[in-house]
Structure formats: structure tokens, C-alpha cells
Design a protein around this ligand. Structure first.
Ligand code: UDP
Length: 240
């Protein structure tokens, strides 16, 4: 039975999660683990939209981009998100979950075009919809893509699965005194420049009144726990 807390969710998985212990690229073992946890959540009846980043393969603002025009580098970054989306689709289907990939960049031989009403129908039929290529434009990131899709698909929450279990007062890898926030307001995150997600993504979620939950998807069963409001995470909403 579906957990009553959320009916429809959007899970954003950063590209860096998919590289596992490798320095870059796609680690199919890790992709399989993420897919298994999505499959377990899917089995409870919750409708799931997925947005996968691309930073594990290519980031527009990276050394590899050299002195390339930013728009071109960003287009390469968007193509990277399509590769990750296909890897995630393969892993989810292996786990027995029906899926569709919709790409914001038209690629009819590879993925469906982005059609909101069709995506809604997929969800109703119990398919996981993976949105690839972010918002489909350079100078954005997949965080903004995730926020946009969460708003247009009417999701109850945007879950950001990263390698850290929430938002900290400082970088927990560098500062042992850093503490994790349980809740924050959108305005706190923006005013204090906490860099949880892009400012445009936070502002969009504030305008749409959709809470953001930041958690570590690397920990076993963390996705299911966070869907029930359990486990380590930070909630970003209007009034903490
Ligand atoms: N990108 C873009 N427009 C979008 C989404 C992504 O130009 O709407 C490009 C951008 O270059 C970005 C790269 O794709 O750096 C990978 O996405 P992102 O950095 O969001 O991935 P993540 O950090 O989640 O792995």
C-alpha cells in the first residue's frame, strides 16, 4: 500500500552518486543499487519521477570543457544526463520496474520527447518516468530540471539524493564541528548561500510550495526511510 505521506515524488540523483567509488563515469553496480531502492519504493505504490544528473561524465563548467563556449559544453553535459538516464532505465527494467525516458532534447530514436500529459499517463499506469537532458537549455543544471519537472508534474516533494545525508552548517568532510540541519526555510538557504541546489531550483520550489528533502541515497534503504519521513535528512520548506 502507498505510504500516505506522498502520492507522487520526484527523485533527483546526482551524477556523482552513479560513479560509485570510481573517479568518473558510470558504475553499473551502484546504478543497480539505486535502481533496487527505487524498485522497493515503487512497489509501495508511490508514483516516481526521476531526474539524473550528468556530473559523473561531463560538467559544463569543468576543466575538460577547456575554453569551449559554455553553451557547447553545457550541451555535452545534457547529453551525459541522457546516457545516465539510459543506464538507470536499464537497471530499473532489470529490477522489474516499467520505465519511460523522456528527453528535453529531441532524440526520438533513443527516448520519448518531453510531453507532460503523456508523462502523467505513464505515472498513472505505474511506470517510473526518467526525465533526461535537464531543462533542455544551456546555463542550467539538472537541479533546475528537477525543480521544473517536480512543479509541472505536480509532485508532493522533491527528494535530492546525494552522497551527504543532508545540509550541514559547513562541509562535514572538512570540518568535524559541522552540524546537520533538520529543517531550513527556502529563504535561509538562499540568503545564506548554502549551495544545496541552484538558487533557481530553490526559488522555483518556494514559488510552487514544494518541499525539498536532502538525503544520502548511498545508505541502504534510505530512499524508503525518507519517504516515510524517517532517517537522516534535511527538509527545506516555507517555515521550519
Ligand atoms: N546541463 C545543462 N542544462 C540543463 C541540465 C544540465 O546545460 O538543463 C549541463 C550542464 O553543463 C551541467 C551538466 O549538464 O553541468 C550536468 O548536469 P549537473 O551538473 O546538473 O549534474 P549533477 O551535478 O547532478 O551530476
Amino acid at each position: 500500500m502507498a505510504d500516505p505521506k506522498y502520492k507522487r515524488v520526484l527523485l533527483k540523483v546526482s551524477g556523482e552518486v552513479l560513479m560509485g567509488e570510481q573517479p568518473y563515469g558510470i558504475d553499473m553496480k551502484t546504478v543497480g543499487e539505486v535502481a533496487d531502492s527505487v524498485a522497493r519504493a515503487h512497489a509501495t505504490g508511490v508514483e516516481i519521477c526521476l531526474v539524473i544528473g550528468g556530473g559523473n561524465i561531463f560538467r559544463g563548467l569543468s576543466k575538460a570543457a577547456g575554453d569551449m563556449e559554455r553553451a557547447t559544453a553545457d550541451q555535452m553535459g545534457m547529453l551525459a544526463t541522457v546516457m545516465n538516464a539510459l543506464a538507470m532505465q536499464a537497471a530499473l527494467e532489470k529490477a522489474g520496474v516499467p520505465t519511460r525516458v523522456q528527453s528535453a532534447l529531441d532524440m526520438p530514436a533513443v527516448a520519448e520527447p518531453l510531453i507532460r500529459r503523456r508523462a502523467l499517463r505513464h505515472l498513472e499506469k505505474g511506470r517510473v518516468v526518467i526525465f533526461a537532458a535537464g531543462v533542455g537549455a544551456p546555463f542550467f543544471t539538472t537541479d533546475s530540471g528537477a525543480a521544473l519537472r517536480a512543479a509541472e508534474m505536480g509532485c508532493d516533494v522533491l527528494l535530492k539524493g546525494t552522497s551527504v545525508d543532508g545540509v550541514y552548517s559547513a562541509d562535514p568532510k572538512k570540518d568535524p564541528t559541522a552540524t546537520r540541519y533538520d529543517t531550513l526555510s527556502y529563504t535561509d538557504v538562499l540568503a545564506r548561500d548554502l549551495r544545496v541546489m541552484d538558487a533557481s531550483a530553490i526559488a522555483m520550489m518556494r514559488d510552487a510550495s514544494i518541499p525539498i528533502v536532502v538525503f544520502s541515497i548511498r545508505e541502504e534503504n534510505s530512499f524508503q526511510r525518507v519517504l516515510k519521513g524517517e532517517g537522516a535528512h534535511t527538509v527545506i520548506c516555507a517555515k521550519p
